[in-house]
Design a protein around this ligand. Structure first.
Ligand SMILES: Cc1cc2nc3c(=O)[nH]c(=O)nc-3n(C[C@H](O)[C@H](O)[C@H](O)COP(=O)(O)O)c2cc1C
Length: 179
């Protein structure tokens, strides 16, 4: 049976890079389910990711309530691995403090699978001690939070906070499932 990776996408400019990762994982034979935050849909369309993943994309938690299926629990159980890419400062803060107010945060909190998180944000945000403290909290609870790369950011600044190379993130995700 195919191993399942649930890819969570949040509202950062690097969201388009998640498309390459999803495409790569599908090509390598993984089943991929995608959950986007509402803000992520401002950056990349669910249709693109639905087409690449061959699966319906989940955004709204209450979309499917008529079917009485608790999709967040179903995906939480189905996942062999969770990959959040890109992870916003907002997402890191919510998860670190147990806030489950949308489909993505609710599902991540419900899962027993390993969770790999690839943050991306402006250097000022990434270096903010509040963000770094949230990263430490998440690591303490066993979440795998990747470091960021340094370079030119989408906003024109140079510094840390850049999403790691998407190929490296895809490789690290696959490595988790080989252990
Ligand atoms: C053009 C634009 C780019 C943004 N890029 C980022 C980013 O790279 N990282 C980040 O943490 N927030 C970024 N934000 C702010 C987030 O979209 C905002 O904090 C939002 O509330 C995140 O929601 P979510 O975590 O539910 O997806 C950006 C906002 C805009 C308008």
């Amino acid at each position: 049976m195919k191993r399942n990776i649930v890819v969570g996408i949040t509202g950062g400019i690097a969201a388009y890079k998640a498309a390459e990762i999803i495409n790569d994982l599908v090509k390598k034979g993984y089943e991929v389910n995608v959950i986007m935050t509402k803000n992520a849909t401002e950056f990349i369309t669910p249709l693109t990711l639905q087409t690449l993943s061959n699966n319906k994309v989940a955004v709204e938690q209450f979309d499917h309530i008529d079917k009485w299926d608790t999709e967040h629990i179903a995906l939480a159980k189905k996942a062999d691995l969770f990959l959040i890419v890109p992870a916003t400062a907002n997402f890191l803060a919510k998860l670190a403090h147990g806030i489950a107010d949308d489909m993505l945060t609710t599902t991540v909190m419900a899962t027993k699978a390993k969770v790999l998180i690839a943050p991306a944000m402006n250097s000022g945000m990434w270096e903010n001690p509040i963000v770094q403290s949230n990263v430490s909290i998440l690591k303490k609870y066993g979440y795998m939070v990747l470091d960021t790369a340094s370079g030119r950011l989408a906003c024109g600044d140079n510094g840390s906070g850049k999403l790691l190379d998407w190929k490296e993130i895809s490789r690290l995700a696959q490595e988790q499932l080989k252990e």
